[in-house]
Each structure stands twice: as C-alpha cells, then as structure tokens.
Design a protein around this ligand. Sequence first.
Ligand code: MN9
Length: 288
Amino acid sequence: MDIKGIITALITPFNEDYSVNYDSLRRLVVVQVDRGVDGFYVCGSTGESFLLEPAERKKILETVVEETAGRVPVIAHVGDIWADRAAELAAHAADAGADAVSAVPPFYFKFSFEEIAEYYRLIQTAAKLPLIVYNIPVLSGVSITSANIEKIMAVCDVYGVKFTSNDMFELSRLRKKHPDLCLLNGYDELFINALPVGIQGAIGSTYNIMPERFRGILDSYNSGDMKKAIALQGRANEIIEALIKTDVKSAIKYVLTKQGIPCGTCRRPFAPLNNEQKAELDRMMEIL
Ligand code: MN9
C-alpha cells in the first residue's frame, strides 16, 4: 500500500489507572479513518512507545491493524534501545499485518553509526517490510543525514525517512541525494515548508485532532492555491502554539477526551495537566 499523505502518529489512550484503553483506541482509529487520514503511525513518540511494555506495543498494533481493516496503511514503530527487542517487535509487526516498520536509532549509549546500521539491518531482516528510518535528533540524540544514511543503505533497503527536524536544508539534501526515498515530514508546524522540498507526506501528532486542516493544506498546495495553503498552515500553527506550551501528547489527549474519546493522561513521569494548562487548552478549543 502506498505510504503518502497525512499520516496520524496515534496517541495511546489510557484508562485512569494508566492501563491501555483499547476501546478508545478502536474508536479513535474509526474516527480518524472517517476524517480522511491516509495512514497510521503506531507507538511512536506520540504513542509513548518507551513507556509501554513490548506486549502492549504488540497488542496496540494488532488492535489498530484490525480496526483499520486495510483501508489505510499502518506503520509500526518498533524502535528500542536494544536491537533484539526492536527485531522481535519488527517480526511481530509483519505477522500482525503492518504495512511498514519504522524505528528511531538506538539511543543513550552513543552507538557508532556501524552499530546503528546493524540495528536497522536486524530490524529489516526480521520484518521483511518497507523500513522507514525515524530521524528525531532532539529526542534520540542521533542525526540521520543525507551522508550517514548511506551507511544504513549499504546494509539494508531503506524505504523512507520520517524527518522530524527543523533543518529543511538537510531535508532537501536528502531529497537531492536520494531521489527514491519516501520522505515524510515530522514537524506539523513545518508541513508547508517541507512540501516544496518534495516530500511524499507527513506523520504527525496534531493530525489526531485536526486532520482536515492538513488535508486542506495539501490539497491547496497541490492545486496551486498557495494563499489558502499558507492561511491554513497559519491557523494550524496557532493551535500548535497552544499545544506545545504543555506536552503535546498530554494536550492532544485532553482535547480528545473532551471530544468524547477518553484518553487519560500520559504515563509517569509525565505530569497530568494543571488547571491553568487546561484553561488555556479550553480557550484553544474554541478556534480548533
Ligand atoms: O511525530 C511529532 N513529534 C513529536 C511527530 O511529538 C516529537 C510532531 O507531530 C510534533 O508533536 C508536532 C508539534 O511540535 O509537530
């Protein structure tokens, strides 16, 4: 299945006791497909991947694949600090029916790029699915560049890159040096800036709550109506401004809960929102 367009980085809904709320997850998937998203990215940063047990990551993926029922592609984020665990999640993703796997590089120990390349090779060997390398240097501490990605490409088949960085120059280098890569923009607030670079689509957290606005940006851009595209991005960015004042995931969960899909709060040590943050999000929801 083609991986392109507006792909939601799904949040992981929790119950009050922090267990996964599979009921809400199913409802969120149904609502998202109805609202026209082009795919799902499961258990990524937005889905609190590293605050989940491997068994939960597997069950969440199975739930999303089942509820999506082949209508849009599902990308399983299987990244982990431990390559064998990532490979195990990758093998499971293939069995579960995911369309692609994605992974952040292994983090914390400052692995060499040879080690990082081997990690991706193990993941791909286990999954035998298209592999999307996840570049998010702010959180992972590793920058995937147009130069060092060649080390990964030397040992496995890289299908694409989820590019969550402000460095549009590096994104354009990736585009130029690797014209066949599927490039997916990661910062929703920069969607319009990434479009002319030649991305295939975007994976983002805020599509959980405003997919139509980004569909509008994409359609306007494709039909040459830049004025409208810029205006829509401007409105989206006002919302994102309010979301990033707190933790984006926590803010999105708050909004979805208010809209009738109980999502709980993020797992500890993430703190629940305070009243001031809630009041600010309530004001934001009036323009959502
Ligand atoms: O998946 C998301 N990145 C992170 C991409 O959460 C780290 C983005 O969608 C951002 O949440 C969003 C707000 O900065 O662009």
